[in-house]
Design a protein around this ligand. Structure first.
Ligand SMILES: Cc1ncc(COP(=O)(O)O)c(C=O)c1O
Length: 374
């Protein structure tokens, strides 16, 4: 049977990985500055993570959400403490799209309204409501296009208010630092303004932290820089360090009832163990501080890059924007210098999303390679 051919593949076959490095079937070592789409947070095959998952699997790997799961409860308590999101409730699922799908559904249940406001260049996933709220018509099927979404430019608060006045809106969904779209971020004034408008018009504010969450920006969540209190926070990617985990945090103003949301796999014993271990290692290795320190080092080094138009993003969620398309440069970095980097919707931008364990020597390796190619 062939694989459904939807991914243009690089001719690299990783068979092993350790911390910030990936090794292919020929033994070549690659420096991973992309973490497989921002997924690797505490480093590939971290020994604490490998031990915790192995031990858990020896006991019980999975049972459904119909029984007590103390690991999921422990995770909720630890997440509350480490994220600083007091009194929110946790609902777990298995991917970023599923997290946003549940967030949007819950917003619609809560407000009894159906239309969503999303922003230009947004990416929220590929399932029903998420893909409709994603600014890329190429991946929206006619089925998804039935959802009602208004796309607005980032930063135009007046247009947001006019839209809220004109029709019932169940949710405003934001990425405080846009990922796939190309690392754009608006001002605190804009984000706080959205929060105020959400309260005024009975609309749910959803912070999509699927890519930016779990310490990647140096804060636990990217919205925290702007002092927001979103109604719903969606998470995935770095949350499981490769184990497929997603979830939403729900503000106490939104009430649960039996059957409102549900999933077979979400929050199972292995998934909860993976996320608990990520939290433990984030804290024990002080990785949020490392994200801040390495970000500052990266930004300093970037100043010397010729032809760099702009450095975007924050923490270890960064974008180098040039005034030319970067596809050929990224290929050279991969095949001549053995460096994984990422692309974005902006063809001139290289995305940098390394494990949060990255050190200055790795950043030097990247800038040396870049200097040779520019
Ligand atoms: C901000 C954001 N939201 C949602 C998603 C979808 O996550 P997943 O691919 O796990 O469904 C992504 C994936 O890139 C993302 O970057």
């Amino acid at each position: 049977m062939s694989l459904f051919d939807v991914y243009p593949l690089f001719d690299v076959t990783p068979v092993k990985a350790k911390d910030v490095f990936v090794y292919d079937d020929k033994g070549t070592e690659y420096l991973d500055l992309y973490g497989g789409h921002a997924v690797i947070s505490i480093g590939h095959s971290h020994p604490v993570y490998v031990n915790a998952l192995t031990n858990q699997l020896q006991n019980i790997g999975f049972y459904s959400n119909a029984v007590q799961n103390p690991i999921q409860k422990k995770l909720a308590d630890q997440l509350e403490q480490q994220s600083g999101c007091k009194d929110y409730a946790l609902f777990m699922c298995s991917s970023g799209a599923e997290a946003n799908e549940n967030a949007l559904k819950l917003a619609s249940f809560h407000t009894n309204k159906a239309t969503v406001i999303a922003f230009d260049n947004s990416f929220h996933g590929r399932t029903s409501a998420c893909v409709a709220a994603t600014d890329n018509p190429n991946i929206v099927a006619p089925l998804n296009a039935q959802q009602q979404v208004r796309f607005l430019p980032l930063g135009d608060l007046e247009l947001v208010e006019n839209t809220l006045k004109a029709e019932p809106i169940c949710a405003i969904i934001i990425e405080c630092v846009q990922g796939v779209g190309g690392l754009d971020e608006s001002t605190t004034e804009f984000y706080k303004g959205l929060e105020i408008l959400c309260h005024k018009y009975d609309t749910v504010l959803i912070a999509d932290e699927v890519q930016s969450g779990f310490g990647r920006t140096g804060d636990f969540f990217a919205f925290q820089k702007h002092g927001l209190t979103p109604h719903i926070i969606s998470m995935a990617k770095g949350m499981g360090n490769g184990f497929p985990v997603g979830g939403i945090l729900i503000h106490p103003s939104i009430k649960a009832s039996y059957g409102l949301l549900g999933t077979t796999f979400g929050g199972n014993h292995l998934a909860s163990t993976a996320t608990l271990t990520v939290l433990d290692v984030l804290e024990s290795e002080n990785l949020m501080q490392n994200a801040k320190d390495m970000s500052a080092y990266f930004m300093e080094k970037a100043k010397a890059v010729p032809q760099l138009k702009q450095l975007k993003g924050r923490g270890l969620m960064l974008g180098l924007e040039f005034d030319f398309p970067v596809a050929a440069l990224r290929k050279k970095l991969l095949f001549d210098h053995f460096l994984f980097t990422g692309s974005s919707k902006n063809p001139n931008l290289i995305r940098i999303l390394p494990p949060l364990t990255i050190q200055t020597a790795h950043i030097d390796t990247f800038f040396n390679a870049l200097a040779q190619e520019l």
